[in-house]
Design a protein around this ligand. Structure first.
Ligand SMILES: [Zn+2]
Length: 169
């Protein structure tokens, strides 16, 4: 019988901090899963301090948000809004595509897409991969609105974007 992490979530104490290994052990899951959670929006106490420590309350928040987001079907240009608790589109001027430079599987890297909820203004996250991004429309709606946070970013249509830039003015 496979253990589901949700069985042990109640063992996590909100006001305590946990290392990746501690969470993995407590929930009976692999260290790598916690690393994926981090990429997917689990926030450590300090992004600059490694190894990361996570507050119990943050782990609970992340897992319950993820649970509800899984019940919501997202369209290609939609995000799960944690405040609306529904699928929402982002203001296109505030879409950011971030290459986390974390390898996922063979020859793929994880990509985080940030946006701002058009309805409530809440910050939105959507997780994708370098290959998955090719199937998403974010770079096609309004290419010039996409800002790049970290250098060396992969954009599937970056040749188009460059051409647009050269043509401007
Ligand atoms: Zn919202």
């Amino acid at each position: 019988m496979r253990k589901s992490p949700s069985n042990n979530i109640r063992l996590i104490i909100a006001r305590r901090s946990y290392s990746t290994k501690e969470i993995a052990k407590l929930l009976g899951i692999h260290d790598r899963t916690i690393q994926e959670w981090h990429v997917n929006g689990l926030r450590p106490i300090d992004e600059a301090a490694k190894p990361f420590l996570f507050m119990g309350g943050e782990i609970k928040r992340f897992l319950s948000e993820r649970r509800s987001s899984r019940k919501v079907k997202l369209g290609k240009d939609e995000f799960y809004c944690p405040r609306c608790k529904a699928a929402r589109k982002s203001d296109t001027q505030n879409i950011e595509i971030i290459n986390t430079k974390r390898a996922i599987g063979q020859g793929d890297e994880s990509i985080l897409i940030n946006g701002i909820c058009l309805v409530c203004g809440c910050r939105l996250n959507r997780f994708s991969t370098k290959n998955g991004l090719k199937r998403l429309p974010f770079n096609q709606n309004d290419k010039r609105c996409i800002r790049i946070l970290e250098g060396d970013l992969f954009l599937p249509l970056n040749t188009d974007i460059e051409e647009d830039g050269h043509n401007e003015k």
